[in-house]
Design a binder for this molecule. Structure first.
Ligand code: SAM
Length: 233
């Protein structure tokens, strides 16, 4: 385990590490909760009644719980390769009363049958933990293979802005304003350097097109974080 409680790229196996992740995510991603709510709304606007929705890299399950709460008619599946994160998601969904409607699996989308059965999917803050060496593209392609034609994917990721725009300093001030200590900010900054693979928006659009999506539309931008939705071709 690393000094920040993670076992690798933003994966956690200890309760303390997971709590630290939850706090850090809330304190360092401006508008995170509203981005999740907007992602859920964008799915609600496109997924038919009774539809099936997949949350890829669901982590501790915040978006699954939100999706379950706004659309009681949906069947939900969450996948994440981190067993401890899935365990927290399982407890969260049980506490929120949604266990019966949510299937949780330890693994990646690749472990689901490669059949286009889902009416929508979310993939929140997962692309950034994968390098752009084929891994980001493979993730998007594995989601596309499981979506029906025309089904919507919503995804969020930090991304590089125009080279002239420096966001790191503002981001540190944001986290400080949210209550992070200087030491906490240094841990976060080290995690970003170690675990986050930044790409430009143009590259994300290219990867989505290569995976078989129509051109994505951006619905969210907060400092260096963005969110997009795209329909499968
Ligand atoms: C930054 S967390 C985001 C979790 C959650 N979506 C959220 O927004 O709170 C990134 C998650 O991606 C998961 N992950 C890493 N590689 C993955 C892959 N190839 N497929 C799916 N999930 C992956 C990690 O286990 C981790 O839970």
């Amino acid at each position: 385990m690393t000094h920040d409680g993670s076992d690798g790229p933003l994966q956690y196996s200890s309760q303390a590490g997971i709590e630290r992740f939850e706090r850090a995510a809330a304190n360092s991603v401006p508008g995170r909760e509203h981005a999740m709510r907007m992602a859920a709304a964008l799915l609600a606007a496109s997924v038919p009644p009774g539809g099936s929705v997949l949350s890829v890299g669901t982590g501790t399950g915040p978006d699954l719980s939100l999706l379950a709460s706004i659309r009681p008619d949906w069947k939900l599946t969450g996948v994440d390769p981190s067993a401890p994160m899935i365990e927290v998601a399982r407890n969260r969904l049980a506490q929120d009363g949604f266990s019966g409607r949510c299937r949780l699996l330890v693994g990646t989308a690749d472990e689901l049958p490669a059949e286009p059965v889902f009416d929508g999917a979310s993939c929140l803050m997962v692309l950034p933990v994968l390098p752009d060496n084929g891994a980001k593209g493979a993730l998007l392609a594995s989601i596309a293979a499981r979506l029906k034609p025309g089904a919507r994917l919503v995804f969020t990721s930090p991304y590089t802005l125009d080279e002239q725009v420096e966001m790191g300093t503002a981001w540190r001030w944001f986290a400080r304003g949210m209550g992070e200590t200087d030491a906490g900010i240094e841990i976060l900054a080290a995690q970003v350097r170690r675990d986050i693979h930044f790409t430009s928006e143009a590259r994300l659009m290219e990867l989505a097109a290569e995976a078989g999506f129509h051109p994505p539309q951006r619905f969210y931008q907060a400092l260096w974080f963005g969110g997009w939705f795209a329909e499968k071709q």
